[in-house]
Design a protein around this ligand. Structure first.
Ligand code: 2P0
Length: 356
């Protein structure tokens, strides 16, 4: 059996959101964004790869299902994966085909960015397995091309994806603002309210909002302002100020979504109930002790500190519609795993009728 390499990456939660691209092929954003990379206990993607002359084409499985990446009819995202795979193999002079097996610990398409951790795990894994001498910055550019927000999962702690200016995207990469030890008390409490697949995919949403929202014109500069304020607040560990800008940025992005035609509405009554409850919590405390933020889905991410974890938990536990609560801290970013964690095993190959 061929050598198997395995890596793990985790999702990130955006404090300043990426919504709208100035280049849809390269995933170049209209504004910089900031995120916290999540810890791995509950939310992670593990990906294994092996290269073998016994394979007749590149083969990929996500959550046990074979993906159509090699055929011309493959979906847009899958084609990107194939492109990246071909690009990195070529760079390494690898002629053999790849078997890639990827598994998320959380439901795909549920509003928790599985694309970010998936693309980050794959890019990091290929760079390492193919022994490409690449800097993290360069790998983040590769991850970005598969899925924009993935470039931020290339680092642990608190991360900024700078917009960049160049048309080729070489200056649109992520870097670490602070590692997790700078502000270890930070937490993301994820309230799962709807585990279903989202109605409008992010890729469609980005384009539709830019095309039809009249409010979107103000979005890039508003987001840049939030990004500067948050970067500054992170350096000072000013939770009150950071939380204000996190909530404003989430609301601002969702306002442009509502202003899209036809409107995109990811937030539900339960999401709104959570928004009101966080405001009540903050008002009662006399300062911002928690911040809500929502991605392309109805699940709430509540950013808080260890000290107020119980307040947030008590608030959520009183809500019937909250089906599951997942607490995460800041993670370390992607890492290679040992053979014991490999997803390509003799058992897997037998089950799928493959030989490597
Ligand atoms: C973010 N989201 O910054 C924002 C917040 C959703 C709302 O990044 O087309 O899946 O793969 O580049 O990264 C979702 O967009 O889009 C996203 P693609 P992606 O986390």
């Amino acid at each position: 059996m061929a050598n198997v390499y395995t890596a793990l990456a985790t999702p990130n939660i955006a404090f300043v959101k990426y919504w709208g691209k100035r280049d849809g092929k390269l995933n170049l954003p209209n504004n910089s964004s900031i995120s916290m990379t999540l810890s791995e206990e509950k939310l992670n993607t593990t990906t294994s790869v092996a290269f073998s002359a016994k394979l007749t084409e590149d083969v990929m499985f996500i959550n046990g299902e074979r993906q159509d990446i090699a055929s011309p009819a493959a979906a847009e995202k899958s084609k990107f994966i194939q492109d990246i795979l071909s690009l990195m193999k070529e760079r390494a002079g690898m002629r053999e085909h790849a078997l890639v097996v990827s598994q998320n610990s959380f439901p795909t398409g549920s509003g928790i960015a599985s694309s970010a951790s998936g693309a980050a795990a794959l890019s990091f894994l290929l760079a390492n397995a193919l022994k490409l001498d690449m800097q993290q910055k360069e790998i983040s550019v590769i991850a970005r091309r598969i899925s924009g927000s993935a470039c931020r999962s290339m680092y642990g702690g608190l991360v900024k994806w700078q917009r960049g200016e160049l048309d080729d995207g070489s200056d649109s990469y992520a870097f670490q603002i602070a590692d997790k030890d700078h502000w270890p008390e930070l937490m993301d409490i994820v309230a799962i309210v709807d585990p279903g697949k989202k109605k409008v995919s992010s890729s469609e949403g980005h384009a539709l909002t830019m095309k039809t929202s009249e409010l979107y014109e103000a979005r890039p500069r508003t987001a840049e302002r939030h990004a500067s304020a948050i970067e500054d607040a992170i350096k000072r560990r000013d939770f009150n100020e950071m939380a204000y800008n996190i909530m404003k940025d989430s609301n601002n992005m969702h306002a442009t979504m509502l202003d899209t035609w036809p409107p995109i509405m990811y937030l539900t009554d339960v999401s709104r109930e959570i928004i009101y409850s966080v405001h009540e919590l903050n008002t009662a405390a006399g300062e911002n002790i928690a911040a809500y933020t929502f991605d392309a889905g109805s699940n709430a991410h509540i950013i808080t500190t260890e000290k107020h974890e119980k307040d947030v938990m008590d608030m959520l536990k009183g809500m019937e519609a909250v089906r599951n609560i997942i607490s995460a801290r800041q993670g370390d970013g992607p890492r290679m795993l040992g053979d014991g964690d490999a997803l390509i095993t003799p058992e897997f190959l037998r089950l799928k009728g493959l030989e490597i």
